[in-house]
Design a protein around this ligand. Structure first.
Ligand SMILES: Nc1nc2c(ncn2[C@@H]2O[C@H](COP(=O)(O)OP(=O)(O)OP(=O)(O)O)[C@@H](O)[C@H]2O)c(=O)[nH]1
Ligand SMILES: [Mg+2]
Length: 245
């Protein structure tokens, strides 16, 4: 399958990193496309053992021009996949690039609100932690984990974003293009914070809008203790590398 076709006649492209999301992919892609005929989707799969990549190929065939897939063959990682997906997206003739998780934690109903809020700013963050934002389905431990991750990010990077760890975002393609071609430290989920800080350091503007985050109903989370430890170490490296600039 040609991995570098073009997105034609769309306003926005959603980058959707996937690893073992076979149970969610059809639903999330269908719901995204239902929101607007101006939105296309790029699935970025890391050779998921459960066959998510094959399902993505079928979706490309059943939604020509609306769904695209990038099959990564090198080292897997949420961060590596995100950067490759954004680089692919930045080569396309779209005004906006969005990112979201494929597990339906980021409800596609908010896509149009993110896009509407993006006029006049470089980046819109779908926030759980401003008035109107919500999380559904988490126990106390997950709430604490997420709040601590946010506080740590804000402290270590010295930023005042309410939901600095949110991976539900919309970027002006031009702004993203200005930061995405450099070297990144993150192989894993800290890519969310690393891209955020790159944009802020470039003087990019942002706005947060409330979203509802829904705990995944199907498939398994890829978050584990070693991944959290690596996230903290990489965040530390990101903070130190900024001080050296
Ligand atoms: N391509 C790719 N995608 C990944 C990888 N790890 C995670 N993802 C995707 O990144 C998104 C977020 O991963 P999740 O496992 O849901 O992690 P999370 O949303 O940070 O945490 P939870 O709230 O526990 O679900 C999902 O769409 C995953 O399929 C990876 O190594 N490669
Ligand atoms: Mg998730």
């Amino acid at each position: 399958m040609n991995e570098f076709p073009c997105v034609v006649g769309k306003q926005a492209l959603v980058v959707l990193p996937t690893y073992n999301e076979k149970e969610n992919l059809n639903a999330v892609v269908t719901q995204i496309l239902e929101q607007s005929d101006q939105i296309a989707v790029l699935v970025v799969d890391d050779q998921s053992p459960d066959g998510t990549g094959t399902l993505a190929d079928h979706l490309v065939l059943s939604h020509p021009g609306d769904v695209f897939v990038l099959h990564r063959k090198t080292q897997r990682g949420r961060g590596l996949a995100g950067v490759d997906g954004f680089r692919w997206a930045c080569r396309q003739d779209v005004s906006f690039v969005l990112e979201m998780d494929a597990d339906l934690s980021h409800p596609p109903e908010f896509l149009n609100r993110l896009l509407e809020a993006a006029s006049g700013v470089d980046m819109v963050i779908g926030s759980r932690y401003i008035k109107g934002g919500k999380v559904v389905g988490w126990g106390l431990r997950r709430h604490i984990q997420s709040r601590v991750a946010n506080a740590l990010t804000r402290l270590m990077l010295g930023i005042r974003v309410h939901d600095a760890t949110s991976g539900y975002r919309c970027f002006q393609r031009a702004a993203l293009n200005g930061v995405i071609w450099g070297e990144y430290l993150s192989e894993g989920p800290s890519i969310v914070e690393e891209i955020l800080i790159r944009l802020l350091d470039q003087g990019c503007t942002f706005r947060e809008i409330p979203i509802t985050f829904v705990e995944r109903q199907k498939g398994k989370s890829k978050v584990s203790l070693p991944l959290i430890v690596r996230w903290i170490k990489t965040l530390w490296k990101i903070a130190r590398s900024r001080k050296r600039l």
